[in-house]
Design a protein. Structure first.
Length: 382
């Protein structure tokens, strides 16, 4: 990282902290804003019987209008409210799961993280990989007696599941436009389009459901969605995945607020998330799915080199149809051996996975032909 970029990041971080400190000092002195409604933004977590990883955020609650009839202006207003968030630092929360109880405090950006071992381990049912945890907001810097409660889901995959799946979202599952010049399509889709006007790629939901089921209904393979999109749009992403009947999974987005990481030794969000998943489930191999719009192939190859024997396959969706990536082709041929396989459609990828005994082709076909598991999409004007 250049000296100038590092200096600018430090400068903007200090400015951001100064503005936050000034805002909260005014709230404490004037009392203005202390009675605003508060929400606990929860993110799905994951773990094992003896380990739990969970994150969330405490924010001032803002009204969002999500409707198929939203105008471009209303979508822009929603985007403004998502990104102009009023976080609450130093809030105290309690997390309850079975007979375990933990107390957490939010950081400067309002985030809380529970990354802990569980002793004694949880008693997990064999038939249900998802468990609920209760999160209670106990106090904020200006209110001591609170009992705001919510719940979130935690993924505890079966121990006998030998395979896991990690897939990128942007331009891998959701048509985002990251490969467009200056990423203008990605900004436009995020800021101006409602979830009802965004597209997923054909048969991706059927593919992921079939892949998660495995060959001959081998069991529940854990699935993780990974994206460099900001956590500010977590609710949008979750609604979008639900709308298109995508299989339930933790969604790992990144924090775009200050402080930023400024060391070259620091890992990227995707790298850090994948490593955390691999180390949480050391007995499992993983399939990595991404695209060639940015750096997924090179990141996945680096992971494969660091964790030898842990990556079962790497599948890369080709989003550069009009500009074949010779650099990627040479990289695959020279460095990445046979593990990186490119694909253009999810039907093509399903056939590849069926040939490699990762999924049942007949079950994939059945899902594609059946409407039972699909949600009815609402009508909206052109």
């Amino acid at each position: 990282m250049s000296w100038l970029k590092t200096t600018l990041i430090k400068l903007f971080r200090r400015l951001d902290h100064f503005i936050d400190d000034l805002r909260f000092a005014l709230v404490k002195v004037s009392g203005v804003g202390q009675n605003q409604p508060i929400k606990i933004a929860t993110y799905r977590g994951f773990g094992r019987a003896d380990y739990l990883f969970l994150q969330g955020r405490v924010l001032v609650k803002k009204r969002l209008r999500n409707s198929p009839m939203n105008t471009v202006l209303q979508n822009l207003i929603n985007s403004y409210h998502r990104f102009e968030s009023d976080e609450i630092p130093n809030a105290v929360l309690r997390v309850d799961i079975e007979n375990h109880q933990f107390e957490l405090i939010t950081d400067r950006e309002g985030y809380f993280t529970l990354d802990t071992t569980l002793d004694p381990p949880l008693v997990l049912p064999d038939e249900e990989p998802w468990q609920n945890v209760k999160i209670t907001l106990l106090q904020t810097p200006w209110t001591n007696d609170l009992e705001i409660e919510t719940t979130t889901s935690i993924l505890f995959p079966p121990q006998d599941a030998r395979l896991g799946i990690i897939t990128d979202l942007d331009d891998t599952v959701i048509e985002t436009g990251v490969a467009s010049p200056l990423k203008w399509r990605a900004f436009y889709n995020t800021l101006f389009k409602s979830i009802h006007r965004r597209k997923v790629f054909d048969e991706v939901a059927a593919f992921l459901r079939a892949l998660r089921r495995g060959m001959h209904d081998q069991g529940y393979s854990p699935l993780f969605y990974l994206s460099n999109s900001p956590r500010n749009i977590y609710d949008l992403v979750m609604s979008y995945l639900k709308l298109h009947s995508m299989p339930k999974a933790p969604v790992l987005l990144r924090d775009i607020g200050f402080p930023y990481k400024i060391s070259q030794k620091d890992q990227s969000h995707k790298m850090e998330s994948i490593i955390r998943i691999l180390e949480t489930y050391p007995e499992k191999q993983f399939i990595l799915i991404g695209d060639n719009a940015e750096k997924d192939p090179y990141l996945y190859h680096e992971i494969d080199q660091k964790y030898a024997g842990r990556i079962a396959a790497i599948f890369i969706r080709d989003v550069q149809k009009n500009r074949p990536l010779r650099r990627l082709e040479k990289f695959v041929e020279k460095e990445a051996n046979h593990k990186i396989v490119t694909f253009n459609s999810y039907r093509q990828l399903a056939q590849i996975c069926a040939d490699q005994q990762f999924l049942d082709w007949d079950y994939f076909q059945e899902l594609c032909n059946s409407q039972k598991w699909k949600l009815n999409l609402p009508l909206f004007p052109k």
